[in-house]
Write a protein that binds this ligand. Structure first.
Ligand code: RTP
Ligand code: MG
Length: 148
């Protein structure tokens, strides 16, 4: 089954949005298979956002993402990467469609509540950056036979 890495960013944690976000994903039928609450160490931020390190917005992004604890998760489901990217919405919340997480809960690109892997390759890479294999646990949802 496909997996993705999702993370409620410090603004989402501090605004009490963890429960709302997890509920949306669970209600969709996706399965949470790992989670932890953690303030990201600087080296891990550099690794996670390697593609953005040279960008002008990176210093702001780094101080934002390390400004408090994040809620890190691995989710599983058919097409989970593209489904969760759609549920998250556009990077800039001003362009994110209502009904998406960023469309409903954010205003600024620099405070956009949640991260989601953008491809299956990125997901694999990000899961391995943040989780050890033994921290991920499979199980069966009781409604699985009605979902697939
Ligand atoms: P994410 O990686 O956090 O899920 O967001 P994304 O794929 O939608 O956007 P990405 O291009 O990967 O950018 C990563 C994060 O950097 C911040 N950003 N700021 N000020 C700016 O122009 C700017 N551009 C990007 C955002 O927090 C974005 O989520
Ligand atoms: Mg990204």
């Amino acid at each position: 089954m496909d997996r993705t890495f999702l993370m409620v960013k410090p603004d989402g944690v501090q605004r009490g949005l963890i429960g709302e976000i997890v509920a949306r994903l669970e209600n969709k039928g996706l399965k949470i298979v790992a989670a932890k609450f953690e303030k990201l160490p600087e080296e891990r931020v550099m690794e996670h956002y390697a593609e953005h390190v040279e960008k002008p917005f990176f210093p702001g992004l780094k101080s934002y993402i390390t400004s408090g604890p994040c809620f890190l998760m691995v989710w599983e489901g058919k097409n989970v990467v593209s489904i969760t990217r759609q549920m998250i919405g556009a990077t800039n919340p001003a362009e994110a469609v209502p009904g998406t997480i960023r469309g409903d809960y954010a205003l600024e690109i620099g405070m956009n509540v949640i991260h989601g892997s953008d491809s299956t390759e990125t997901a694999e890479r990000e899961i391995s950056i943040h989780f050890k294999p033994e921290e991920i646990s499979g199980y069966e949802r009781i409604d699985e036979k009605f979902l697939y």
